[in-house]
Design a binder for this molecule. Structure first.
Ligand SMILES: Cc1ncc(COP(=O)(O)O)c(C=O)c1O
Length: 366
């Protein structure tokens, strides 16, 4: 028997979540954001599972896009941070990668690229990103019209330039800032008429006014709600990853005995400790504190002691009948990754995207 730590990836749940996004915004195109190895789920497998449904995939950089092309994915692919060099611009044109333009330097590089002079290349599909308040990337709202005009006039650029922005606080449903960002975008656009793209998962799920021509759902495709509490639409998402392992040791310890590195947990009663084959080397968060829930045979049990590289220890005193080999779920069906992330002082995005290669992914419902 091999080491039981693994991530089961349910591709039917992934497709369900994508269809849920489509249902919320039936007249829009939903680009599936699969950067960072599809948030840790395996970009090629996720792309294969969605390729017949999606109009385009979104990735962060050209390396991620090339991985998909090399695996035979034919859909348009968008590079959300744009191109970092002229070579990347040429390759984007060759490979049907659309490009974000997030500053004036990228605009100039696209206009100057030796694209139209070669028959190997076709004009680029461009998305102009506007900084409406995230203050990370994007041109200023008052630069939008001139930037659009310059790009539209270039032979290197195809028609149908998309204008886009990204929200800072859409996961906070009572935060006015999303409306402020929408107003800044509207002001920047003036009376220009162009396809627009605003919504990430939180926008799509929680802010109907952000659902426009293109949406860019990411985290929701993987079944993790962007919201901290129950939400009528997000509650319909299904977890795609079930991170699981098994009990590999059991021992009884006396009150006053401690468990694990740095002896951070002490028994205050006769205690049964189960050791599970999962650790921070497998993607379980080091900072998960004592009491973080895990599911053993479907029942919640508290973490007891510091997370090791390859093991965790759990107090199973109140769960009779635990045996070697019993199934343990760290997150997934029955225990949300959001809950574990909150215990560990992080967010689901981080736990999912940093899932290491060492953890085997097993795909279900291919
Ligand atoms: C520009 C852009 N659009 C869309 C997304 C998807 O966001 P989410 O995973 O919150 O849906 C991201 C992710 O960070 C992004 O950077």
């Amino acid at each position: 028997m091999s080491r039981p730590a693994k991530a089961l990836i349910d591709l039917a749940a992934l497709r369900h979540n994508y269809q849920l996004a489509n249902g919320l915004s039936p007249n829009a195109k939903n680009m599936a954001v699969i950067k960072a190895n599809a948030y840790g789920h395996g970009a090629v497998s996720v792309a294969r599972a969605l390729q017949d449904l999606v109009p385009a995939f979104g990735v962060a950089c050209i390396e991620e896009a090339l991985e998909l092309r090399e695996a035979g994915i034919k859909n348009p692919i968008h590079l959300l941070e744009g191109a970092f060099s002229e070579d990347e611009i040429l390759m984007a044109s060759e490979q049907d990668f659309s490009l974000s333009v997030v500053n004036q330097e990228q605009k100039q590089a696209i206009i100057k690229a030796r694209l139209a002079s070669s028959i190997r290349y076709s004009p680029l599909n461009i998305w102009i990103f506007v900084d409406t308040g995230m203050h990370r990337l994007g041109i200023q709202p008052d630069e939008l019209i001139s930037t659009y005009r310059d790009l539209a006039a270039s032979a290197n650029v195809a028609g149908g330039i998309v204008v886009a922005t990204h929200f800072a606080c859409a996961d906070e449903l009572d935060n006015e800032f999303t409306s402020v960002q929408l107003a800044r975008m509207a002001q920047g656009m003036g009376d220009m008429c162009a396809p627009r793209s605003f919504a990430n998962s939180a926008g799509l799920l929680g802010w109907p006014e952000t659902r426009v021509d293109w949406n860019r759902p990411g985290i929701m495709l993987y079944g993790s709600s962007p919201f901290p509490s129950s939400h009528p639409e997000a509650d319909g998402l299904l977890p795609v990853m079930t991170f699981k392992s098994a009990v590999i040791a059991l021992r009884d310890i006396q009150p006053g005995e401690t468990v694990g590195y740095a002896a951070t947990w002490m028994a205050d009663r006769p205690t049964r400790i189960a050791t599970i084959a999962i650790g921070y080397g497998d993607g379980y968060p080091l900072h998960a504190p004592n009491g973080t829930p895990v599911l053993i045979n479907g029942q919640r049990c508290p973490l007891a002691g510091r997370v090791s590289m390859d093991m965790i220890t759990v107090d199973v005193t109140d769960l009779p009948g635990v045996s070697l080999g019993d199934e343990v779920i760290l997150w997934g069906k029955g225990l949300s990754v959001n809950e574990v992330a909150a215990c560990a002082g992080t967010i689901s995005y981080e736990l999912l995207t940093r899932m290491p290669r060492r953890t085997p992914r097993e795909y279900l419902n291919i």
